[in-house]
Design a protein around this ligand. Structure first.
Ligand code: MN
Length: 233
């Protein structure tokens, strides 16, 4: 049987993809993994001890991405929506139980993203032991830049990462401050899930997270990737 559109009882969802910088090609997105509490200062500001925790992960959905510096619509059911600026890994080759010393070979490129969070709903979920999707995986919750191929930017392990709101610096750190660095993230995540080409990994946010309101403009920057800009509407 051929794969015709007639095969589906409702219209099939088109694949989500992100532009690849410097080319007319696109990177198709499979899953979005996010690392929780991966900068020591941010871990402390959230009330946890950075020295005692293994990395942990949650997910967003590919269709939560906001592309091309598009607007971020303030989501429903929350009065406390936070920005979290994060370097993003784009996996080009999948695998299970990937060793840290081979992990970089699996990366196609890097991007910069915002892990937008309904902090009030996430807080309730933590308190009640419920899943985090309600706080993390809502529509438009993942603005992202285009993807810069490793061939262009090399591997990113050091350099400024920051976020401004309306021109004021709110978050500022260095990629070398990650508690679990990029190879360690891939090593650990690939023991839990089988990574595949097309997966994105948001690597965690520095300290300084805080709320936004309609009309605010968020601008993020990461050395090696460049900037992202999105307006809250
Ligand atoms: Mn985050």
């Amino acid at each position: 049987m051929t794969n015709s559109q007639n095969e589906f009882v409702i219209p099939a969802v088109p694949a989500v993809s992100v532009a690849v910088r410097g080319t007319s090609s696109r990177f198709p997105v499979r899953r979005i993994y996010c690392v929780g509490r991966n900068y020591a200062e941010h871990t402390r500001e959230m009330g946890h001890d950075p020295d005692r925790e293994l990395p942990f992960f949650f997910q967003k959905n590919p269709d939560n991405l906001v592309l091309d510096n598009g607007d971020f619509p303030y989501p429903p059911q929350s009065n406390n929506v936070h920005y979290e600026v994060e370097m993003v890994l784009a996996i080009g080759t999948g695998g299970k139980d990937i060793k840290a010393n081979k992990a970089l070979d699996h990366i196609y490129g890097y991007a910069l993203g915002l892990d937008m969070t309904r902090r009030d709903l996430q807080g309730e979920a933590k308190k009640t032991g419920r899943p985090w999707e309600i706080g993390k995986a809502f529509e438009h919750s993942a603005p992202i830049t285009d993807i810069v191929p490793v061939a262009t930017c090399g591997h990113l392990s050091k350099g400024d990462i920051w976020l401004k709101v309306n021109g004021e610096v709110k978050q500022k750190s260095d990629l070398d401050q990650l508690i679990w660095n990029v190879p360690e993230i891939i090593e650990h995540l690939s023991t839990i899930f089988e990574l595949k080409a097309g997966d994105l990994i948001m690597t965690g946010t520095p300290a300084g997270v805080g709320p936004i309101k309609r009309g605010d403009v968020m601008e993020g920057f990461c050395e090696g990737v460049g900037s992202i800009k999105t307006k809250v509407v």
